[in-house]
Design a protein. Structure first.
Length: 295
């Protein structure tokens, strides 16, 4: 089967629309109980693939649609979910580590970042992506992150040796969905840029980081806090600035209702639940509805 832009070129059947149910806005619909219609419409469209019974729990429906993505349209979410389940949740603790897709570096937004004892960024290049922006993305990531990995297909990994330097790690997703490290990343924390690192942090975080590194924060007007803090932070060695960022950004980690949701979620939903940032009450509602029938 050949797929282009999420569409089977032989049958004309589209699979790209499935990915929407694995995003935050759809999880909000699950929390508010307004998800059933969209799920059933999708099920009708993909009826040839034998969707679950309507008496089955919602979690089975997510697994069903995820299997279609995995087998028919390995989009970015499939890669993110593999990183979430096979790397983050299998190797790290939710209490001591943090995973996010919200960090920007220059003009680039990282696909996945894991903060534990250090920082690791994962740039996904699925079979539907080109390497056109990769050099500029890697330059942006070098300013902030310690370990940099490209996650791609087996066939697309081979040309990378001509495109990227040896400090960049390469991970491939194999046909069975497993992730294999082809080349380990080399540490970059001594080459990071404190100014770029500073701009990843919120005010509360960079004030705490500066106080930890430089002593009590000077008493200045609110309008001067950013400038003064950045000047102090940029005086630090790159590795020290990097390590402070890791320590203080990990404080964004999930509270218990979110942790409970992540643990209870089916494998198909691990990344979606890790990325869910709405209220704790919504997290609890989603967890409950995953056990309930669709209708």
């Amino acid at each position: 089967m050949k797929v282009r832009n999420g569409v089977d070129t032989q049958t004309g059947q589209s699979f790209g629309s499935i990915a929407a149910i694995f995003r935050g806005p759809f999880l909000e619909k699950v929390a508010t109980g307004t998800h059933a219609r969209a799920i059933l419409e999708l099920a009708n469209y993909y009826s040839d693939f034998h969707p679950p019974s309507q008496s089955g729990p919602l979690s089975e429906w997510f697994d069903f649609f995820y299997t279609l993505l995995f087998e028919r349209y390995r989009c970015e979410y499939v890669y993110k979910n593999a990183i979430a389940s096979k790397i983050f949740l299998s190797r790290h603790s939710l209490q001591d580590s943090y995973m996010t897709d919200e960090l920007r570096s220059g003009a680039s937004r990282a696909d996945v970042v894991i903060l534990n004892g250090t920082s690791t960024v994962y740039e996904i290049k699925s079979q539907f992506d080109s390497f056109d922006r990769l050099p500029s993305q890697l330059n942006d990531y070098r300013r902030i992150f310690d370990l940099i990995y490209i996650v791609t297909t087996v066939s697309k990994a081979a040309p990378l040796s001509d495109i990227v330097t040896n400090d960049i790690g390469v991970i491939v997703m194999r046909q069975d969905g497993s992730l294999s490290t082809v080349r380990k990343a080399l540490s970059n924390r001594h080459n990071t840029d404190p100014a770029a690192i500073f701009d990843c942090m919120r005010q509360e975080e960079f004030c705490k980081a500066v106080t930890e590194a430089c002593g009590p924060f000077p008493k200045v007007p609110n309008s001067e806090v950013y400038r003064v803090a950045k000047n102090l932070f940029c005086s630090l060695p790159p590795y020290r600035a990097h390590d402070l960022m890791v320590r203080h950004l990990k404080g964004r980690g999930k509270k218990k209702p979110f942790e409970d949701l992540i643990r209870a979620a089916p494998v198909s939903l691990k990344h979606a639940c890790l990325s869910f940032t709405k209220s704790q009450a919504m997290a609890q509602q989603i967890q409950s509805r995953l056990r309930e029938p669709i209708s």
